[in-house]
Design a protein around this ligand. Structure first.
Ligand SMILES: Cc1cc2nc3c(=O)[nH]c(=O)nc-3n(C[C@H](O)[C@H](O)[C@H](O)COP(=O)(O)OP(=O)(O)OC[C@H]3O[C@@H](n4cnc5c(N)ncnc54)[C@H](O)[C@@H]3O)c2cc1C
Length: 382
């Protein structure tokens, strides 16, 4: 998590309407570093972790066996047999299942009754590198905050996270100007994927068709204005082919540019959670909407809590797993529901009257947050 570029960046988040009018811009303070920011208990701010660096750190000293797919497990009195697609098997005392949301092989075997909730919202994300002249345009609208969101009126929204640290850039640098890394996300009602008048077929294995689809939706759902043109220019920067060598990709990790359904799992939505030697962690147990940026944070907290619980391991008693699960369920269920609510609040298509109400509610919240922060500062300064 690189510290802020002093006097250039702020850990802020800004939400605007579809033409760039500010709806919510909580005040930001200058923090010395991310450790100082991590200590604050109140307020809305953002911090950016580079996913490729985070992966490197998490993989340090871990002997991962790649390209093995777990297909099932069998529990015995002594432990668990784990079976893989390549015909191999392993025996273990505790099986920690962190298989995410997509496949859910182990989760489905352990807790088949746990339901995935589909929001009816599709999102597309892309990592891009932005040349300075476009970054300047974006900063003119949003200021130099790290997180920028725009709310449409038809249930669509955009999100951009960016750092103003110039990156080493081999492509797209004809003008020899600095480039910056950014992540773009566009969300829209999934029913728009099924509109029959769509002239071009969208193929999720072909990034260029997905990007064209996103641009088409932006042109259809957004008014003709500077912000819309900027969004279109930014999406034009998304890689249109799958890189042959992800290492050469500017940020080393490449997430395929595909449409994804927004879904979640509330781990407390079932009556009982049976503790056993098979333990769930991360999205496998509690996938949540990305809107508040809490998914990986919770997965990492799970890993921390489970590591502590494992120190109490004994062969004949799994109460330490129950302790881990009790804490994990409470913490993560709350975040799943909070993220779900905020997603629905910002993704509901609105009529003209609804837009006025939404925008005014956000503006009032904005005034209140800024007022309390001002008062807070006065009190603490005196
Ligand atoms: C657009 C977007 C933005 C996000 N932004 C944020 C953010 O700002 N902050 C935040 O905290 N979180 C964020 N998240 C959420 C975060 O990405 C997830 O919560 C996190 O990746 C979950 O980690 P995980 O290890 O549990 O699951 P995953 O990252 O899904 O990893 C699961 C792994 O298990 C492997 N696997 C699956 N099945 C099997 C099998 N049967 N055998 C072997 N391997 C298997 C998969 O290949 C995968 O590598 C975001 C998510 C999205 C989609």
């Amino acid at each position: 998590m690189p510290n802020l570029v002093p006097d250039v960046e702020t850990h802020g988040i800004i939400i605007t309407d579809q033409v760039g009018n500010v709806l919510l811009a909580p005040p930001t303070k200058p923090f010395k570093n991310v450790y100082e920011l991590a200590k604050i208990s109140r307020g809305l701010s953002s911090m950016i972790t580079y996913r490729d660096r985070l992966r490197d750190v998490l993989l340090e000293g871990v002997p991962v066996k790649w390209n093995k797919k777990c297909i099932k497990y069998v529990e015995t009195q002594e432990g668990i047999w784990v079976f893989f697609e390549d015909g191999t098997q392993e025996f273990c005392n505790i099986l920690v299942c962190a298989d995410g949301l997509i496949l859910q092989v182990i989760r489905k075997q352990k807790l088949p009754e746990l339901q995935i909730v589909n929001y009816g919202i599709t999102h597309v994300g892309a990592d891009i590198s932005i040349p300075k002249h476009l970054m300047d345009k974006a900063n003119k609208i949003h200021g130099n905050v790290l997180a920028r969101k725009t709310l449409g009126t038809k249930g669509d929204s955009t999100f951009m996270m960016t750092r103003l640290i110039p990156i080493k850039q081999e492509q797209n640098d004809e003008k020899n100007e600095p480039h910056y890394r950014a992540t773009l996300v566009y969300s829209y009602p999934s029913e728009l994927d099924n509109v029959e008048s769509e002239k071009v077929k969208v193929d999720d294995n072909d990034p260029s068709s997905v990007i064209e689809h996103v641009k088409r939706l932006i042109r259809t759902l957004r008014p003709d204005c500077t912000l819309t043109n900027l969004l279109l220019e930014l999406w034009d920067l998304a890689p249109k082919t799958i890189p042959n060598d992800p290492i050469k990709f500017p940020f080393k990790t490449y997430n395929p540019i595909q449409r994804r359904m927004m879904r979640d799992i509330d781990p407390m939505s079932i009556k009982s959670w049976s503790s056993s030697r098979v333990v769930l962690l991360g999205d496998a147990a509690h996938s949540m909407s990305p809107i508040l940026g809490l998914g990986a944070n919770n997965a990492i907290q799970d890993a921390d809590k489970l590591s502590q619980a494992l120190l109490k391991y004994s062969d004949d008693n799994i109460s330490f797993i129950e302790e881990y699960e009790k804490e994990m369920l409470k913490r993560t269920s709350a975040d799943v529901l909070k993220s779900r609510n905020v997603t629905f609040m910002t993704s509901t298509p609105l009529g003209p009257f609804g837009v006025i109400i939404r925008d005014n509610i956000l503006k009032v919240i904005n005034v209140m947050i800024n007022f309390y922060s001002f008062a807070d500062n006065l009190i603490f300064k005196n």
